[in-house]
Design a protein around this ligand. Structure first.
Ligand code: ATP
Ligand code: RIB
Length: 323
């Protein structure tokens, strides 16, 4: 079982031809509401990318808070439609987290109101992890209070679970015991720069940044590098780069979440993938997410990633597969 501790947001996503200037009002081309939040997106990625038959049951439990409002009820229903176990998603007396996502052809910008996500407690973590064993994984991001993520990682380590941290949105400095209790860290370029002081822009700086995380006690490091792909290191033998697949990118929201969810599923959980293969699977899955609008709804299923893989083998669509 993978336990995801994190945020659930009502994403209001607005497509714009460009960002408005100061004092300017412009018309949006589209507006949609959907399931978002880093915790929810990563849980959905795990559930959608799990190719095992439904009879096996849910592979992911989300530990989260939503409000006792219409948005909260709707988001829980969407999580369940996607086969995420919501036993530990509590409805509380605060507004459901909300994200305003502005998407232009150049980039996206997000404003988040934490709301219910800010009220997660240690007892939420204790209750959820009561039945966890060393065969299970805990995956966290930082769109919830930092001390709750730190507490959960400590508890998971005591149980002997595999622990994964996506330090997003970045909070600096991260306490030493977070690094100590994390097996796999998956930061993007901005987070890497904020946490290590190194901008990973070429092979030397990527290696230096990954070493900085190893020096703090993390065994596995994966840097996600946007359209440049990902760099990874296991601190001993593996030091590699995976280029991103070239796709028609329309909205990158949820790309990082797809990558992290896919990695958490493929590597420690299913265990049929090597570290490198799991990163390749994650890269392929995320390349589909960026070619669609939205957050959770843009995440592909295992069948869609498979189909892409078959096309790569048969058609040779230019994906530079270095394995
Ligand atoms: P976001 O916050 O936009 O969801 P992120 O900043 O957390 O994403 P990125 O490093 O931008 O994370 O992207 C995660 C992964 O998604 C990359 O490692 C890559 O595999 C894939 N990806 C991102 N952007 C693109 C792109 N333009 N084309 C193809 N793949 C992409
Ligand atoms: O990582 C993408 C997510 O970040 C969006 O779904 C939005 O809710 C913000 O939290």
């Amino acid at each position: 079982m993978i336990y995801v501790l994190g945020s659930v947001n009502n994403d209001i996503s607005i497509e714009l031809p460009r960002m408005p200037k100061k004092g300017e009002t412009i018309s949006a081309e589209n507006c949609r509401m959907g399931l978002g939040g880093k915790g929810a997106n990563q849980a959905v990625a795990i559930a959608k990318l799990d190719y095992r038959p439904q009879e096996v049951g849910a592979s992911v439990k989300l530990i989260a808070h939503v409000g006792k409002d219409a948005a909260g009820a709707e988001l829980i229903a969407k999580l369940q439609e996607n086969r995420v176990d919501t036993e530990f998603v509590r409805k509380v007396n605060r507004a459901t987290g909300t994200a305003i996502v502005t998407v232009t052809p150049k980039d996206n910008r997000i404003i988040v109101y934490g709301g219910a996500n800010s009220g997660l407690t240690k007892s939420d973590v204790d209750e959820a992890l009561e039945g966890a064993t060393s065969a299970d994984t805990l995956l966290c991001q930082l769109e919830i209070p930092l001390y709750i993520a730190a507490y959960a990682l400590r508890r998971a380590r005591q149980i002997g679970m595999t622990t994964i941290l996506n330090p997003s949105p970045v909070k600096t400095p991260l306490p030493d015991d977070i690094y100590y209790n994390v097996d796999i860290i998956v930061p993007n370029e901005t987070e890497t720069q904020a946490l290590t002081g190194i901008n990973p822009q070429d092979r030397d700086s990527e290696i230096a940044a990954m070493r900085a995380f190893h020096m703090r006690g993390v065994q596995y490091v994966v840097l996600t590098l946007g359209a440049r792909g990902a760099a990874m290191s296991d601190g001993a033998y593996i030091f590699d780069r995976i280029p991103a697949r070239k796709v028609n990118t329309v909205d990158t929201t949820g790309a990082g979440d797809t990558f992290v969810g896919a990695l958490a599923l493929a590597y420690p959980h299913i265990g049929m993938y090597s570290f490198k293969e799991a990163c390749l699977f994650a890269t392929r899955a995320a390349s589909i997410t960026v070619s669609r609008y939205g957050a959770a709804e843009s995440i592909p299923t295992a069948a869609e990633v498979d189909e892409l893989y078959c096309n790569v083998i048969e058609g040779g669509d230019g994906f530079d597969d270095r394995f």
